[in-house]
Write a protein that binds this ligand. Structure first.
Ligand code: OSB
Ligand code: MG
Length: 373
């Protein structure tokens, strides 16, 4: 791909409602959007998932802007002619900063697919066009409100529910959901690293509620204690924050730290690393994955949907419809939920949705255009 332009746009998107996790609350989130343009005029889009503070990861939208602006974009444009492998090689010298790396990488995948005239999911090797979609519900002010929220999402057609938990807000909410909606409801929890191995008694109790999995219960850098926890409970452990690349996946496998991985392309540096983790976890380790979300706009959602078509995605993904997150998305058509709790990957080239560039421009807080001279 011969790039002639790379553009960065910082926008802030307002969520329909506050999203609370064990690490904090979000009502408005930054998104750096990347637009790459090839010499033919064809474009590709990517989105950076780094948040407003260093809570989920050490990256923030400001560190991502810095890394893109100073170290990634100039190098990529200098090279000019670049493919995905070349990009991976180029950014391999930069330690960490996976979210910054992933944003531009995903725009290159979108561009590559568009140049070939095929949907991104096919370029990735996806198999299941109708991806199974679940919903992730933040911590609520009361358990009654949570019960109502769960009911609302079930009514909208979502069949798998994930709730955020933290110490003191765990067994109460879980047991109430089981009381109200029964044990057939596919239910899972996400602690975002809020517990320690000393909390084993809580997990032993959680173990009685037939959850699909417990996501990231312990410290984000820990694999050993997760392995210890796994020996004491029968509910499968799913890792999110702890897995930043395929090497982490290998360690988790050999240590026995997890049965399942929630792969977020943004967290692991992009779709190439997503494929590596998927291939190792599914084909070598013979274990399932699913695709996680970071409250992405319709652009990042397009990449998530494409990734969720991969054959090793055996659980519903945290990829909900646009209207779960926003009043109005920045793509057309918006992402919608089918009656059977799936979202359909488009047949149009690339991510398969039109980016509403004019809408984006109206809300831009900062932008930078890099041209090849
Ligand atoms: O841990 O999965 C997580 C959102 C922001 C940060 C971390 C997480 C989440 C979610 C939301 O659970 C998933 C979604 O995009 O719907
Ligand atoms: Mg998570």
């Amino acid at each position: 791909m011969e790039l002639r332009r790379i553009e960065l746009y910082e926008i802030w998107v307002k969520l329909r409602e506050e999203f609370e996790t064990s690490f904090g609350k979000t009502i408005e989130r930054p998104a750096i959007l990347i637009r790459v343009e090839e010499k033919s005029g064809e474009e590709g889009w990517g989105e950076c998932v780094a948040g407003e503070g260093p809570w989920y990861s050490y990256e923030t939208w400001e560190t991502a802007w810095h890394i893109l602006n100073e170290f990634i974009v100039p190098k990529v444009l200098e090279k000019g002619d670049i493919d995905i492998d070349g990009y991976e090689n180029l950014v391999s010298k930069i330690r960490g900063h996976n979210m910054a790396k992933a944003s531009l990488e995903m725009s290159l995948w979108d561009l590559e697919a568009k140049l070939r005239g095929i949907p991104l999911w096919r370029l990735l090797g996806g198999k299941n066009r109708h991806i199974s979609s679940g919903v992730s519900i933040g911590i609520q002010k009361s358990v009654d409100e949570l019960i109502k929220k769960v009911g609302d999402f079930l009514e909208k057609g979502y069949r798998r529910i994930k709730i955020k938990i933290r110490p003191g807000y765990d067994l109460g909410p879980i047991s109430r959901i089981r009381d109200e909606y029964g044990y057939d409801l596919p239910l899972q929890v996400d602690a975002n690293s809020a517990y320690r191995i000393e909390d084993l008694d809580v997990f032993r109790k959680i173990d009685n509620y037939a959850l699909l999995m417990i996501e990231q219960p312990l410290h984000y850098k820990d694999l050993v204690d997760h392995a210890e926890l796994a020996r004491h409970i029968k509910t499968p452990i799913c890792l999110d924050e702890s897995i930043e690349d395929v090497n982490d996946a290998r360690k988790a496998y050999y240590l026995g730290s997890a049965m399942i991985i929630n792969i977020k392309p943004g967290r692991v540096g992009g779709l190439k690393e997503t494929l590596k983790i998927h291939d190792f976890w599914y084909s070598v380790a013979n274990r399932p994955v699913w695709i996680g979300g970071m409250l992405e706009t319709g652009i990042g959602r397009g990449h998530l949907v494409a990734a969720a078509t991969l054959p090793g995605v055996k659980y519903p993904s945290d990829i909900s419809a646009s209207d779960k997150y926003f009043e109005k998305d920045i793509v057309e058509p918006e992402w919608v939920l089918n009656k059977d709790s799936t979202i359909t990957a488009p047949e149009r080239p690339g991510i398969g949705v039109e980016v509403l560039f004019d809408e984006i421009k109206k809300g831009v807080r900062r932008s930078k255009v890099f041209s090849r001279t």
